[in-house]
Design a protein around this ligand. Structure first.
Ligand code: DX5
Ligand code: ZN
Length: 220
């Protein structure tokens, strides 16, 4: 079985104290952080861009998983590489040419992930899965932190897991949106290994929250 990892989403952190928030995540033993980029077009909300990522890159060695919720992400791949991303996750619907965009990410030496919105079929990945480094199942409609986990998402995670097994592709399945102390064990049971969590991590005591997410995820 692949190792479970809690990947805090910085979207719910205190934006006035990002370095301090990152220290807490490091102290809790996390190795990755999830960075949500929103453009007000692909999703209604606007968040951070490469300048902020570049600024925090100087203060941490954490692995940067950058989730691009932007129209035509191919325009910005270089910028996010320059800013210090280790992995870029894109949505197929947002790209002019999805395959080329994945190629661009890989050519720069970065890992590539595909994010599936709740209504986007697992079939979207069928012709490109060999080139991907991770699949991200959105368990809320992308755009905002703090939303409720969409019930029944476990089925999609299960379908993705069997699909990957069928294709003999060993890559992690991430889940993003509404991951809480309650939903964590459900998604892990269904086959998720990366638990992206914003609100559940940054509301209250960050170190304690991450510890509890790990405990609940492993069924302790
Ligand atoms: C939602 C973002 C998520 C978000 C998750 O569009 O992609 O990464 O930060 O936040 P929570 O865990 O609060 O649902
Ligand atoms: Zn995200």
């Amino acid at each position: 079985m692949q190792k479970i990892e809690v990947v805090p989403s910085l979207l719910s952190a205190d934006f006035a104290n990002l370095t301090r928030e990152i220290r807490k995540v490091e102290r809790a033993g996390c190795r990755k952080i999830h960075l949500d980029v929103m453009d007000g077009h692909f999703v209604p909300n606007i968040s951070i861009g490469p300048a902020v990522i570049k600024a925090i890159r100087k203060h941490t060695h954490l692995y940067f998983q950058t989730h691009l919720m932007v129209e035509h992400p191919e325009r910005y791949i270089n910028d996010f590489k320059e800013a210090g991303s280790d992995c870029i996750i894109i949505h197929e619907e947002a790209c002019r040419d999805f395959r080329r965009t994945v190629g661009k990410i890989k050519k720069l030496g970065l890992e590539a992930g595909i994010a599936l919105r709740p209504k986007t079929s697992v079939d979207t990945i069928k012709d490109i899965i060999q080139e991907m480094d991770m699949v991200l199942i959105m368990t809320v409609e992308p755009g905002f932190g703090g939303q409720a986990f969409i019930k029944g998402s476990e089925n999609k995670i299960r379908r993705t897991k069997s699909f990957l097994e069928e294709k003999k592709v060993k890559i992690p399945i991430g889940v993003d949106g509404g991951i809480s102390f309650q939903s964590a064990p459900l998604v892990v049971k269904a086959g998720a290994t990366y638990l992206i969590a914003g609100n559940a991590v940054f509301t209250g005591d960050v170190v304690k929250n991450i510890k509890k997410l790990y405990q609940n995820a492993s069924g302790d």
